[in-house]
Design a protein around this ligand. Structure first.
Ligand SMILES: *[C@@H]1O[C@H](CO)[C@@H](O)[C@H](O)[C@H]1NC(C)=O
Ligand SMILES: *[C@@H]1O[C@H](CO)[C@@H](O)[C@H](O)[C@H]1NC(C)=O
Ligand SMILES: *[C@@H]1O[C@H](CO)[C@@H](O)[C@H](O)[C@H]1NC(C)=O
Length: 400
């Protein structure tokens, strides 16, 4: 209770400031977006304040607030919802009740949250996965991988990989009536990174008989190499996701050291010996002309030391694999949003995949903001959230 009062008092003051931040002209429902945007920024402001006072870590306030989004596994008239585990990894299963002659497709959905937050049991993801199951008559598996900072890199990826490998077994697919030729792995934001990397990793696994048919990546986070791409620069103050928030939270996946945040913000985080990797995320080569505008490419500045070797790892930056490794990846859907700090990650992956001969369907939402899919349940409805959801579902309906 005391926390809530403190939170209210602390938030009233800067609200007016954040609320008056200008938005891009084409934003739909600007008042609602302002509220959502200001709420996140205030949470970040208070989280930093509490951290500097030594009261809690930056991420803890976010976690506390998001805990309120938890939902019980409640079945409805269409879907049976079950919380269980796949080889020890917690998952929420959504199983259609509808009678079906044929076997069903399956969607393995990996939620976002900067590796630190989020759960398929939170309201918006629970709703999205239920909706997907009902619309596609599909088995939908929401994977709850371990979160940082308690579990650091590459714990999240290991968990998703374990769950996916386990699910793809004949016996498990048969148990849930899944057609082994119609399986999708999907994810949003850093869940998009986990989906991307797992898809890359299992592509050449000869022991895996059942393959992924399609991958669907929604405003994915795909690289930790260059934090000064045009979208990182243009949208460093939002709307919604900002450079401060993404660095303060995201660093926790790698280290508790606060220096990491500072280096990332300045794009001076890459260790000695990583320069040969820059060509794989060179936005001046991979971004379509329209998105380059007047930006001038400069390489990230190398640090003098080689700490945080994780930053050179393609498990933290799936864009860091070469073209040979991208070949023969499954049919791919990528959705990017214009007003999103992570926009260029998705745009670059579209180009890299197409260069490697992979078939890619790309939807670009001209008035989109990051995390739109998180605003499809009360009290935070955005039309944009429904549009993003419907584009994703429509594509899966046609292609899975
Ligand atoms: C069940 O499915 C029908 C048909 O898609 C839909 O109209 C109805 O709203 C769904 N019920 C729930 C609780 O989602
Ligand atoms: C990035 O691309 C530009 C050409 O657009 C080129 O001049 C530059 O050398 C490249 N840098 C790296 C590190 O690939
Ligand atoms: C791509 O990377 C793989 C794995 O690191 C390596 O074996 C292969 O030689 C590389 N191919 C090219 C063309 O660089």
């Amino acid at each position: 209770m005391a926390w809530k009062v403190l939170y209210l008092v602390l938030t009233c003051v800067p609200f007016a400031y954040y609320f008056s931040t200008p938005l891009p002209d084409n934003i739909e429902e600007p008042w609602k977006v302002r509220i959502v945007d200001a709420s996140l920024k205030i949470t970040s402001f208070v989280a930093l304040l509490l951290e500097n006072l030594g009261l809690m870590r930056y991420d803890e306030l976010f976690s506390m607030l998001l805990d309120m989004e938890y939902t019980q596994p409640i079945s409805d008239e269409n879907i049976t919802v079950i919380d269980t585990t796949l080889s020890g990894i917690p998952v929420r299963l959504n199983l259609p009740k509808r009678k079906s002659e044929k076997k069903r497709p399956a969607v393995i959905f990996i939620h976002g949250g900067a590796f630190v937050l989020g759960s398929s049991k939170h309201k918006a993801y629970d709703f999205l996965n239920r909706w997907t199951a009902n619309k596609l008559n599909a088995v939908v598996v929401g994977v709850d991988y371990r979160l940082a900072p308690q579990y650091r890199f590459p714990a999240a990826l290991e968990d998703v990989l374990t769950a996916v490998n386990f699910f793809l077994q004949d016996t498990i697919l048969a148990k849930y009536g899944v057609d082994p030729t119609r399986i999708c792995i999907a994810g949003d934001s850093c869940g998009g990174l986990l989906a991307t990397k797992v898809t890359q990793m299992i592509k050449n696994n000869p022991e895996l008989k059942n393959k992924i048919k399609v991958q669907a990546l929604i405003y994915p986070y795909l690289q930790t190499v260059d934090f000064h791409t045009p979208s990182h620069k243009e949208y460093q103050s939002g709307p919604f996701l900002t450079r401060d928030i993404i660095t303060n939270l995201g660093c926790l996946y790698v280290t508790m050291d606060k220096l990491c945040r500072k280096l990332l913000k300045q794009n001076k985080h890459m260790p000695q010996g990583s320069r040969h990797l820059f060509k794989l995320v060179n936005w001046s080569v991979f971004l379509p002309e329209d998105f380059k505008k007047n930006h001038v490419y400069t390489e990230p500045t190398l640090r003098q030391d080689s700490t945080y070797p994780e930053l050179m790892d393609s498990r933290l930056s799936p864009l860091l694999v070469n073209d040979t490794q991208l070949q023969n990846l499954p049919l791919t859907y990528i959705l990017t949003c214009q007003h999103d700090i992570l926009r260029d990650d998705g745009l670059m992956y579209v180009t890299r995949l197409r260069n490697a001969g992979v078939e890619v369907a790309h939807d670009h939402i001209e008035d989109g903001i990051h995390a739109a899919l998180s605003f499809i349940t009360s009290p935070y409805y955005l039309h944009l959230g429904f549009r993003v959801r419907d584009k994703y579902i429509h594509w899966l309906d046609q292609n899975l």
